[in-house]
Design a protein around this ligand. Sequence first.
Ligand code: BGC
Length: 245
Amino acid sequence: MEVLGIDIGGSGIKGAIINLEDGSFVSERHRIPTPKPATPLVVAEIVKQLVAFFNWKGAVGCGFPTIISNGTCMAHGNLHKDWLGVNAAALFKKTTGLDFTVINDADAAGLAEMNFGAGKDKKGLVLTITVGTGIGSGAFFNGVLLPNFELGQLLYKDGNIIELYASDAAKKREDLSYKRWGKRFSFFLNYVHTIVAPSLIILGGGISNKFHKYEAYLDSKTPLVLAKAQNNAGIVGAALSVTTK
Ligand code: BGC
């Protein structure tokens, strides 16, 4: 079965047609920058453009960068505040006429890795941590998804969440070297270790494409591996989410 996977992120909205048997790309990957402000109507319009780009008429799975419960945004994350309470699945269906499954983007990346990547057959608590505009976490226990495990919301300094200091966006905003960013991210990884002692952490998101640049600066008590699909895990997992309905 082939499904259009769409990964909505804080800086880019990416899509590709995915073969669900093995998670491979059937089409090229197409990316459109996330508009600012990323209001529901403007994002829905981009989703419509992606569907038209692929001339897609079938099911669509979508990863979304906030807490999602039954297709509805329970937070707005790094998108416009108007997303709070919006049923994204219903909105995209209305805009495109197609059936949409919407789940949290890091849960989607985790789904891809657990099925086809670094998490395959791994037991215990396996976390896929995505680092991009935000910090996302897809948690699986013995292969079963624990949705919306929002570890990027942990408090760090001055009442602010860790995502504000250790995301790729923070690295860019503060012009941090990989060494300084690596120190902050290591703090986050070990904080997570103290709380939930995962058996494995899989690193995904935009920053995973440059792993070699900071691998040496990471110090993690939990075994850490790179997502096999790197930043594409979000698209593959988005497509896979239609099977979780
Ligand atoms: C959101 C998460 C999301 C992550 C990555 C965070 O700001 O709270 O839900 O998974 O960004 O996009």
